[in-house]
Write a protein that binds this ligand. Structure first.
Ligand SMILES: NC(=O)c1ccc[n+]([C@@H]2O[C@H](COP(=O)([O-])OP(=O)(O)OC[C@H]3O[C@@H](n4cnc5c(N)ncnc54)[C@H](O)[C@@H]3O)[C@@H](O)[C@H]2O)c1
Length: 488
C-alpha cells in the first residue's frame, strides 16, 4: 500500500470534492499514516478517527474516509449542474435547518431577492432554498468567478442568472442593471457591496422598495462603512461578514484551506514543503493560510501594518517583518489584505526570479497590475510568467485575483453551509423587522451565531456543554464578602 501523505491527499480530496477538511473527522489507518502526517491533518482542523473505531452513524456525513484511496474518490468537478448541486445539498444540513426554522415564523412569499455572489453549487442551494420558501430570486455573477453548469441548471429551474462569459465589462454592467430592473428587489444579498451600490447610484427609484441588504464580505462592509461615513447609506445593511459563524470559519478556515489546495494543484502538491512563504495581511484569511502552509512544511513570514496583529502572528510562532524585508527572500508571496496596491511595483521589483505571487483575499488590483502597461487579465488563467520592468520574471497565479474562487472550487461546502445559514438568518431578520429597521450598518444578534453553531455541532455528532448550576453573575459577591462569611 502507498504511504499516506497528507499534503497530496488534502490537495486531491479538497479539489475533487470541495468538501471542508477543517471541522470533519478523518477516518484513517493511523499506524500506516504515521504521527507526522496525522499532526498535519490535525493542524488543518481535522479530528483523527482510527479506522476500526466505531463511528456514530448519525455523523457519518461529517466524516471523511481516507481508507478509500483518493484516486477512487469521485470527482465532483465532472458532475452535471444538477448532480453538483445535489452533492452540495447533501453537505449543507445547517442552511436547511435554519430555513425550516425561519418558515415557521416568516413569510417569504412574493419577496424579491437579488443575489450577487460567486455562483457555485453552494450558492445555488441558497437560491433554491429561498425560491422554495416562496421568494422571487435571481442572481448576478461576474464572468471571472462562475460555474457555467450551475448557471444553466438554475435557469432551467426558473431562476434568472445574469451572467455571460463573453460579456464585455460594459455588457456585464448592463446585464446587472437589467436584472435589477427585472427583479425590483426588496432584499439584496451582496458581495463587495456591488449590487446595492449599483442600485443606489444608477436605479435610485428602486430603493423605495428595498427592505435591506445582507453583505457577505469584509471588503463590502468597508465600502458600506465609507458610504455611511459620507452620509449616503440610506438603507439597512446587515453585516453578515461580521458574524462569528462567517468570519471565524469562512475567512479563517475555508479560504486558507482552498487557497492552499488550489495553489498545490497549480504548483504541485509539495509546493509548500521547504518553501519560504511571505503572507501579507494577517487577518482571519492570512492566518488560515499561514497556519496551513506551515503544516505542509513552509517557512512562513508575516507582514501586517497593524502592530497588534503582527504581534499576534509572533505569538502564533511566525516571524513578523516589514514587507520590504520579507519579499526579497520569499519563494512565494501571497496578499491577504483586501486592500488595493498591497503589493506595489516596488515590491514586485524586489522579488526573486521565478518567485510565485498570488492574492488570497481578493479585491481588484490588490497587486498593482494596473501599473503594468502590457498586462491584460485572461479569464480563469491559472498561472503565467510576468516580466517586471527593471525586475525579475515572476510567476503570477490566477491573474492576481482571489485564487480559490477564480481557479479553484471556492470555499468548501460545509463552510458555505455556515455562511449561508447566516445569510438566511439575516434575510429572516430583515423580513421580521421590516418597517422598523434603522438605516446603516447593523450586526446580527449574537444568539443567531449560537443557534447556528448548535445545529452545526449536532450535525457533526458533537454538542455544547451545559453548566450544572445557575452561573448568573451576582456583582455583590466579592471575594471580601465571601472571606467574612467564612470567618463567622
Ligand atoms: N477568497 C475568499 O474566498 C475570501 C473569503 C473571505 C474573505 N475574503 C477577502 O479576504 C480579504 C481579507 O479578509 P480578512 O477577513 O482576513 O480581512 P481583515 O481586514 O480582517 O485582515 C486584513 C489584514 O491586512 C492588514 N493590512 C492591510 N493593509 C496592509 C498592507 N498594505 N500591508 C500589510 N498588511 C495590511 C490589516 O492590518 C489586517 O490585519 C478581504 O478582502 C475579504 O473580503 C476572501
Amino acid at each position: 500500500m502507498e504511504r499516506f501523505r497528507f499534503a497530496a491527499w488534502a490537495e486531491e480530496y479538497s479539489q475533487k470534492t470541495n468538501r471542508s477538511l477543517a471541522g470533519t473527522r478523518l477516518r484513517i489507518d493511523t499506524e500506516a499514516a504515521g504521527e507526522n502526517e496525522l499532526m498535519r491533518a490535525r493542524d488543518w482542523g481535522m479530528v483523527v478517527l482510527p479506522a476500526g473505531q466505531d463511528t456514530d452513524s448519525s455523523c457519518m456525513e461529517a466524516t471523511i474516509d481516507a481508507t478509500v484511496p483518493v484516486d477512487k474518490v469521485p470527482d465532483a468537478r465532472k458532475l452535471s449542474g444538477a448532480e453538483a448541486m445535489a452533492f452540495a445539498q447533501n453537505h449543507m444540513p445547517v442552511l436547511d435547518a435554519v430555513m425550516k426554522d425561519a418558515l415557521q415564523h416568516v413569510d417569504f412569499t412574493g419577496i424579491s431577492i437579488a443575489v450577487c455572489l460567486i455562483l457555485e453549487p453552494k450558492t445555488a442551494i441558497l437560491l433554491r432554498q429561498l425560491k422554495a420558501a416562496g421568494a422571487k430570486v435571481g442572481a448576478y455573477c461576474g464572468a471571472e468567478a462562475n460555474d457555467e453548469r450551475v448557471a444553466e441548471q438554475l435557469r432551467a429551474e426558473g431562476i434568472p442568472v445574469a451572467y455571460n462569459p463573453d460579456w464585455t465589462p460594459m455588457q456585464a454592467h448592463q446585464g446587472a442593471l437589467d436584472l435589477l430592473d427585472e427583479l425590483k428587489p426588496n432584499i439584496i444579498i451582496d458581495d463587495g457591496a456591488s449590487f446595492a451600490r449599483l442600485a443606489a447610484m444608477e436605479r435610485p427609484e428602486l430603493m423605495a422598495d428595498i427592505i435591506g441588504v445582507a453583505e457577505e464580505t469584509t471588503s463590502g462592509i468597508r465600502a458600506f462603512q465609507a458610504m455611511q461615513d459620507a452620509g449616503k447609506l440610506s438603507f439597512p445593511v446587515i453585516a453578515v461578514n461580521d458574524s462569528m459563524l462567517k468570519t471565524g470559519f469562512d475567512n479563517a478556515h475555508g479560504t486558507g484551506e482552498t487557497c492552499v489546495t488550489t495553489m498545490q494543484r497549480i504548483l504541485g502538491s509539495d509546493a509548500f514543503d521547504g518553501s519560504r512563504v511571505t503572507v501579507v495581511g494577517y487577518g482571519p484569511v492570512g492566518r488560515g493560510f499561514a497556519r496551513r502552509a506551515r503544516a505542509l512544511g513552509a517557512d512562513v513570514t508575516v507582514c501586517d501594518t497593524n502592530p497588534v496583529v503582527a504581534l499576534q502572528a509572533v505569538f502564533d510562532g511566525f516571524r513578523a517583518l516589514d514587507i520590504d524585508k520579507a519579499v526579497p527572500d520569499a519563494d512565494m508571496v501571497v496578499s491577504a489584505t483586501g486592500v488595493r496596491h498591497t503589493i506595489a511595483m516596488e515590491h514586485m521589483r524586489e522579488m526573486r526570479q521565478g518567485a510565485v505571487l498570488a492574492v488570497i483575499g481578493g479585491i481588484a488590483n490588490e497587486i498593482a497590475l494596473d501599473e503594468l502597461a502590457d498586462f491584460h487579465a485572461e479569464n480563469k488563467r491559472e498561472i503565467r510568467d510576468l516580466a517586471i520592468p527593471d525586475g525579475p520574471t515572476i510567476r503570477l497565479v490566477s491573474e492576481g485575483d482571489g485564487v480559490n474562487y477564480t481557479v479553484g472550487g471556492g470555499n468548501p461546502i460545509e463552510i458555505m453551509d455556515l455562511s449561508f445559514a447566516v445569510q438566511a438568518s439575516a434575510v429572516t431578520y430583515l423580513l421580521e423587522h421590516r418597517g422598523d429597521l434603522e438605516n446603516g450598518l447593523q450586526q446580527l444578534d449574537r444568539n443567531v451565531d449560537r443557534h447556528i453553531a448548535e445545529i452545526a455541532l449536532r450535525t457533526r455528532g458533537y454538542e455544547p456543554s451545559h453548566a450544572v448550576a445557575d452561573n448568573g453573575y451576582d456583582w455583590t459577591m466579592t471575594r471580601f464578602a465571601e472571606n467574612e462569611t467564612e470567618k463567622e
